[in-house]
Design a protein around this ligand. Structure first.
Ligand SMILES: [Zn+2]
Ligand SMILES: [Zn+2]
Length: 265
């Protein structure tokens, strides 16, 4: 199975090279890549069941961003689970995976760091680099994943951060924030729910503003940055109940309600 898939991904990488040349690119080896790692269990907050990270299996996947089909060109799987080792451990025998009798299904030790995305990304990037050169990498921006790609590269890689992770960390930050007791009305039991809905709403508004800004300024990051402070003020005013002229003038997502109390000076 592994050999079959490795060969398939190698063929896809070769195909990308051919396609690049057909497109008339001088350097046919350039590929834009996006990738992330997922786990069988949440890494943290695992309920105190284990002093280690909760995950026991990780899968790192990288796909090409040259075409819309986003074909997978590199995969790495790390696995801590081993039946033989857990049986031996239950008998009180200390075992180290891959160094015991019988079939070992783990490819890393039980005490290894499963959340080491830097290492996993480096390994996948090295595989991709046997045929291609990673021109840009889109990753989560909340781990060391980017530096893993850099380690596997001779040439410089442009790093992008994906929106999916950005909006999730935004929501998490609002959920964690301490608000004053009067912020959310109603009984205390409902407040967590209100705060969560508030976080969802802010997230939707911010992402909408950001995607619209990208569209309006055609991806020109300088112009987007110049405009964003006004957008932030408009969001705050809007949520405070002063949706009006400021929104209609500066916000890209809110037209400004007609009954808005706030008039821009
Ligand atoms: Zn084992
Ligand atoms: Zn508004």
């Amino acid at each position: 199975m592994v050999a079959l898939n490795e060969k398939d991904m190698h063929d896809i990488r070769e195909k990308i090279k051919q396609d690049n040349r057909l497109c008339g690119l001088k350097d046919g080896t350039k590929v834009n890549v996006e990738g992330d790692t997922c786990y069988n269990n949440p890494l943290f907050n695992s309920g105190g069941h284990t002093p280690f990270q909760g995950g026991t299996i990780e899968v790192t996947t990288m796909c090409e961003n040259n075409t819309r089909s986003k074909r997978i060109i590199g995969v790495h799987v790390a696995n801590k689970l081993c039946m033989v080792a857990s049986r031996l451990r239950n008998q009180g025998i200390a075992v180290d995976c891959q160094n015991h009798d019988g079939k070992c299904t783990a490819n890393m030790s039980e005490t290894g760091v499963i959340g080491n995305e830097e290492k996993w990304n480096e390994q996948v990037a090295r595989k991709i680099n046997t045929d291609l050169n990673i021109a840009s990498f889109t990753g989560d921006g909340d781990s060391k994943g980017h530096s893993g790609v850099d380690k596997a590269q001779v040439q410089q890689t442009v790093h992008f951060k994906d929106l999916g992770h950005l909006d999730n960390s935004l929501k998490r930050a609002i959920n964690k924030a301490q608000f004053s007791s009067g912020m959310f009305a109603g009984p205390a039991s409902k407040r967590a729910n209100f705060q969560n809905r508030f976080a969802l709403s802010i997230r939707a508004r911010c992402m909408s503003e950001l995607t619209r800004a990208h569209k309006k300024y055609k991806g020109n990051i300088k112009e987007i940055k110049n405009h964003m402070p006004k957008v932030i003020s408009s969001i705050i005013l809007c949520y405070k109940g002063y949706c009006g002229a400021y929104c209609s003038k500066h916000s890209l997502a809110c037209r400004g309600s007609a009954g808005g109390k706030y008039k821009a000076k």
